[in-house]
Design a protein around this ligand. Structure first.
Ligand SMILES: Cc1ncc(COP(=O)(O)O)c(C=O)c1O
Length: 457
């Protein structure tokens, strides 16, 4: 079907009529209709090119020819479920295992990050025979019922917290209770987990798992302080639970120095379960939960088969293998470090220039710019962030915001992002911060003012 079957207005109208309104669009007041993409660029129906700064799914670049070819070639030959032997599945598991700590050696292929996390929950509960879960405040782990329950980012807006879910403070050294001037924020935040476990035990609750995104992204692009994972794992395992690292957004070399973001905490650290998805198939739905032999054995011990119709099919695995090939052959991890460091350097200059840039934090091509109204108080500049991303769109740059206050501009571009791209974005941000945002009043009617400015652009 041609992408131009309908005019933009017709597409929007049909979408409004046919698609559940809770499925949101970026820039709802003027959505972008995308008809093709290549590398780090997406193109609208008029042929206008936008620089994509947020699509961490098109990891090695939109429509990468090597990935497209791998899908096509395998599609021509066979696609079926995992009840037959096939080389692609075992080859892919073998290749992935080389990136992981040795103990993480059993693979369950699924179709989405949510499925991977739901399975991680089942694995943890079966292995530990416990039920409860500890999660970070503001975390998001997926859209299934089980995962909404362990996602404060969602459940706070719904029925609330289940009695088997325990929430600990986000290890945020910029805005959280223990900040950059604390002598050991990692230990202090881990101690919050210990306190949470003690409290759960007092109520006769037993911990099955601690779930954490290796770099909390929805929660505001947080870099957990050193030593946090090791200490938390010690407390959680001491309570009979397991440590689950959600790498669904941040895995596959995005952090540059390592293939997995949990490895930023030290080569000695290994979770008990790792979940991955989004970038894994460069846009094709493939995901995975990986665990230890002991945990997998306990799961097998139920005697119940785990069957997933599409998970691990030959086409998905061919695509997964092609993604790994491209990461390696195009040296994308090295590039993530080079380009990421350069972008951080440019953004830090903006921090000295513009009072609104409160914090610039990141690693590799995972970068957040925390906007504040007041440097001292670190008051989130939420409306301003919303305004800036709309202005950036007018400069043909697509970014969005994250964090509990929606004031963190997030950069998670495809890994083929260049230094020129980074400079283009930061120059545009500089222009916007200089020319427009500084004139905004800090009054309650700011949103109206912002809307006004947007409509005259
Ligand atoms: C950290 C994290 N975990 C899990 C998920 C769920 O993945 P999916 O949407 O593929 O089900 C997401 C999706 O945004 C996510 O960001």
């Amino acid at each position: 079907m041609s992408a131009e079957l309908y005019s933009k207005e017709e597409t929007l109208d049909l979408r409004k009529r046919l698609v559940g309104p809770s499925c949101k669009l970026f820039f709802p007041e003027d959505p972008v209709k995308i008809v093709r993409a290549e590398g780090q660029y997406i193109y609208d129906e008029k042929g206008r090119r936008y620089l994509d700064c947020i699509n961490n799914v098109s990891h090695v670049g939109h429509c990468h020819p090597v990935v497209v070819k791998a899908a096509h070639e395998q599609n021509k030959v066979l696609n079926t479920n995992t009840r037959y032997l096939h080389d692609n599945l075992v080859e892919y598991a073998t290749r992935l295992s080389k990136t992981l700590p040795e103990k993480l050696c059993i693979f369950y292929f699924v179709n989405s990050g949510s499925e991977a996390n739901d399975l991680a929950l089942r694995l943890a509960r079966q292995y530990t025979k416990h039920q409860d879960v500890i999660v970070l405040d503001h975390a998001y782990h997926g859209h299934l019922t089980s995962l909404i329950d362990i996602s404060p980012y969602k459940f706070r807006k719904l029925e609330g917290q289940k009695e088997w879910v325990h929430v600990v403070p986000l290890p945020d050294s910029y805005r959280g209770p223990y900040r950059e001037n604390h002598e050991d924020p990692g230990a202090a935040y881990a101690n919050e987990v210990k306190k949470c476990i003690d409290e759960a035990h007092r109520k006769n609750h037993k911990i099955a798992a601690f779930f954490i995104e290796s770099l909390p992204s929805v929660a505001g692009h947080i870099i957990p302080p050193a030593g946090y994972f090791q200490k938390v794992a010690e407390y959680v395992r001491g309570a009979g639970g397991v440590f689950v690292a959600d790498e669904i957004q941040v895995g596959f070399g995005r952090v540059g120095k390592h293939f997995w973001a949990f490895q930023l905490q030290g080569e000695d650290f290994a979770p008990d379960i790792v979940t991955m998805g989004k970038p894994m198939g460069n846009g094709h739905p493939i995901a995975c939960a990986i665990t230890t032999k002991e945990i997998a054995d306990a799961f097998t011990g139920t005697g119940v088969e785990y069957f997933n119709t599409f998970g691990g099919n030959p086409v998905s695995c061919a695509i997964g293998l092609a993604v790994l090939d491209v990461i390696e052959k195009e040296n994308l991890m090295h590039r993530a470090t080079e380009v990421g460091n350069y972008m951080m350097e440019l953004l830090n200059k903006q921090k000295s220039k513009h009072g609104m840039v409160g914090d610039v934090r990141g690693v590799g091509l995972f970068i957040g710019v925390d906007l504040v109204k007041d440097h001292e108080k670190r008051t989130p500049a939420t409306a301003e962030a919303e305004f800036i991303i709309r202005r950036l769109k007018q400069e043909h740059i697509v970014v969005s915001t994250d964090g509990p206050h929606g004031n963190v501009i997030k950069f998670k571009p495809p890994m083929c992002f260049t230094k020129e791209n980074a400079k283009f974005v930061v120059d545009a941000l500089d222009k916007i911060l200089t020319g427009i945002v500084c004139q905004l009043p800090s009054s309650a009617n700011q949103k109206t003012v912002i809307k006004g400015i947007l409509s005259v652009q």
